[in-house]
Design a binder for this molecule. Structure first.
Ligand code: MSP
Length: 469
């Protein structure tokens, strides 16, 4: 039967005033694991990431760099593209919100929302934090009246803006949440959003009068569209034929934008809603918040140069249950690397290869193992369906441990008779090849090396997959 399933996964589009740090790489790796998994299963997969460029932050950063905005955004967007390339990210498309394909769809959706009677002109008076690109309430500020996250003084703004009737969507949103208990995950995030919506929704200002950088509002070009209103639409503008997304992976700080404002915009403009929004947790570095002023942001490329990208992927998803907050420490990275990769997988693979090399047994290259089904109902598949990456990794490593025990029991290094040795080695090799299919989405480079080594008639030793650190 022909597989007609599809899977469309997105990451947030990242602000370009910064270079990628570990928090950004996290969602992108998660989406990459899933995209690789669904592709491998044969589903029509579309993995989208990109950059959020129509932000006030962009203007300020370009000014600081003394560059014109266009040149600045081009060079920064390229940095992000390069970073993902270096990290082996398999995205199918990369959307920049300064592209024409994006602007066109934003204009269209804005007009549809307007046509539906959901925009009106009003006066906005309040505090705006450029760091958040969002309005803050006084009670949000710290004791010094600063934004508690960015430690900056928000701008006091009085403007004539267009407002979106978010309040009108309270009931329809609640209905959607009730009918789709998986719409937002993990469950505690779902509950948090429902509670927020139940508390009542206020209309939001969706244009800015004093800003020049951004997409002009089609109904009033003297205003530009609020950056979040424009940014969310990237999920459609990249390729409208792919909509709706099956999964938006985001950080917990941008949950309300994705689980309240975005669905309301879609309802208003007459689009289907995404199937699922999953909010992951936040990283601290050695117990401290990642911050520019502390200068403690971890560069994923540096780590990948030292340990390999696969090791970083393994660490992030083995160590922290997806959805929880977690801490990143170099010490812990080294421990996890040595235990699971150097001593675990690396050692096992080296041992089996060496035994094969010494035995001179020839193998029939069993391509059928490659068709080993990723399965719809195996525990591994169920875990991935729930974005339980840790559980899926545990399934893989359970198989490796089983093979380790098997070898300990059979002691092939003591078997002299070739006829007796052959089936033992054949079993070990076929287990490695099968499990490799599960490993592929998580550790793609390693899986490729293992496949090259073990899909041979004569298997030989090679350099260690994971040298001990
Ligand atoms: N541009 C918006 C997203 C628009 S999506 C339509 C944005 N960009 S961001 O670059 O500031 O953040 C992107 C993602 O990085 C967010 O999901 C955020 O949660 C994540 N992280 C930023 N710092 C993080 C940590 N310290 N830990 C984990 N993720 C974090 O918001």
């Amino acid at each position: 039967m022909k597989n007609t399933k599809k899977f469309f996964v997105t990451t947030p589009i990242y602000y370009i005033n910064d270079v990628p740090h570990i928090g950004h790489a996290y969602a992108t790796f998660a989406a990459d694991i899933l995209a690789r998994y669904y592709r491998q299963k044969g589903d029509k997969t579309f993995f989208l990431t990109g950059t959020d460029e129509n932000s006030q932050k962009t203007v300020l950063a370009a000014e600081k760099a003394r560059k014109n905005i266009k040149a600045y955004t081009d060079s920064l967007a390229n940095k992000w593209k390069d970073a993902w390339k270096k990290l082996g990210i398999s995205n199918d498309d990369f959307i920049r919100t300064t592209e024409t394909r994006h602007r066109k769809v934003v204009e269209e959706i804005f007009k549809q929302i307007d046509k539906n009677g959901d925009l009106y002109k009003g006066k906005y008076e309040g505090l705006y934090c450029v760091g958040h690109e969002a309005f803050l309430k006084e009670e949000d500020l710290d004791e010094k009246d600063l934004c508690p996250d960015h430690k900056t003084k928000p701008d006091y703004i009085v403007e004539e803006n267009y407002f979106f009737k978010l309040s009108k969507y309270q009931k329809p949103l609640l209905k959607h949440f009730k009918e789709n208990p998986d719409f937002v995950q993990p469950p505690e995030r779902y509950n948090e959003v429902v509670k927020f919506i139940e508390g009542g929704l206020q209309d939001i200002s969706v244009t800015r009068q004093t800003q020049k950088w951004g997409i002009p509002a089609p109904n009033d070009p003297s205003q530009v569209i609020y950056v979040w209103f424009d940014a969310l639409i990237n999920y459609i503008s990249a390729d409208p034929s792919k909509w709706p997304a099956d999964l938006h992976i985001i950080g917990k700080d941008i949950l309300r934008f994705h689980a309240v404002i975005w669905p309301a915009m879609l309802l208003s403009a007459g689009y289907e809603l995404p199937k699922k929004v999953f909010a992951h947790g936040f990283f601290t570095i050695n117990g401290q918040k990642i911050s520019k002023s502390l200068g403690n942001a971890i560069d994923p490329i540096k780590i990948s140069e030292e340990y390999g990208t696969d090791a970083l992927r393994y660490f992030l998803f083995k160590e922290i249950p997806f959805g929880n907050d977690g801490d990143f420490s170099s010490e812990r990275l080294r421990e996890v690397y040595n235990a699971g990769l150097a001593n675990g997988l690396g050692n096992l693979v080296a041992r089996v290869a060496k035994l094969c090399e010494k035995s001179k047994v020839t193998f029939k290259v069993d391509r059928s193992s490659l068709e080993f089904k990723l399965g719809e109902t195996t525990k591994y598949a169920l875990c991935l369906n729930d974005l339980n990456f840790q559980g899926a990794l545990e399934e893989i490593w359970r198989r490796y441990r089983q093979l380790d025990h098997y070898l300990e029991k059979q002691k092939p290094w003591e078997i002299e008779e070739k006829g007796k040795l052959k089936p033992v080695l054949e079993y070990a090799v076929s287990e490695i090849i099968k499990t490799n299919e599960l490993l592929k989405p998580f550790l793609p480079e390693t899986a490729e090396r293992i496949a090259k080594q073990f899909l041979q008639k004569k298997i030989t030793s090679s350099i260690a997959l994971f040298p001990r650190k």
